[in-house]
Design a protein around this ligand. Structure first.
Ligand code: THU
Length: 133
């Protein structure tokens, strides 16, 4: 991923926090998912009074993309309104690796402050029922 694209992705993740619906936790999360064809899908967290129904920003972004027919993903940028980096929850790690075994995960504090991980590092020895090559 070149610098121009990563900056675009980071900006999109920061922007998508605006549509977060998080009246219960006050934690507003934004995600921006980069497809191999260059398209970016934004997502934000959606909370519910029945708390366990909450949808994380990452899964919102993946759901949007997949339901539009996308299946090849390069990277996801994740940001929030919190001071520190926000790491994807366990459920999102499992969900993301289902669709992107080599996904680059960019954790974003600001346009200039971010760090990058591979999904395999965030979820080593992941559960899978797919045949390993
Ligand atoms: N949240 C995300 O959107 N992504 C994560 O990976 C971690 C948690 C949201 C869910 C909930 O709305 C709020 O952060 C607090 O848990």
């Amino acid at each position: 991923m070149n610098t121009e694209i990563s900056l675009k992705l980071i900006k999109a993740s920061l922007k998508s926090r605006v549509n977060s619906y998080a009246p219960y936790s006050g934690i507003h999360v934004g995600a921006a998912l980069l497809c191999s064809n260059g398209k970016i899908y934004k997502g934000s967290n959606i909370e519910c009074a029945s708390f366990s129904l909450t949808i994380c920003a990452e899964r919102a972004a993946f759901s949007k993309a997949i339901t539009e027919g996308e299946l090849n993903f390069e990277a996801i940028a994740i940001s929030s309104n919190q001071e520190d980096y926000i790491f994807p929850c366990g459920a999102c790690r499992q969900f993301m690796i289902e669709f992107a075994e080599d996904l680059t995960v960019v954790l974003v504090k600001s346009e200039k402050e971010y760090k990058t991980f591979n999904i395999k590092k965030l979820l080593p020895n992941n559960f899978s029922i797919k045949q390993k090559k």
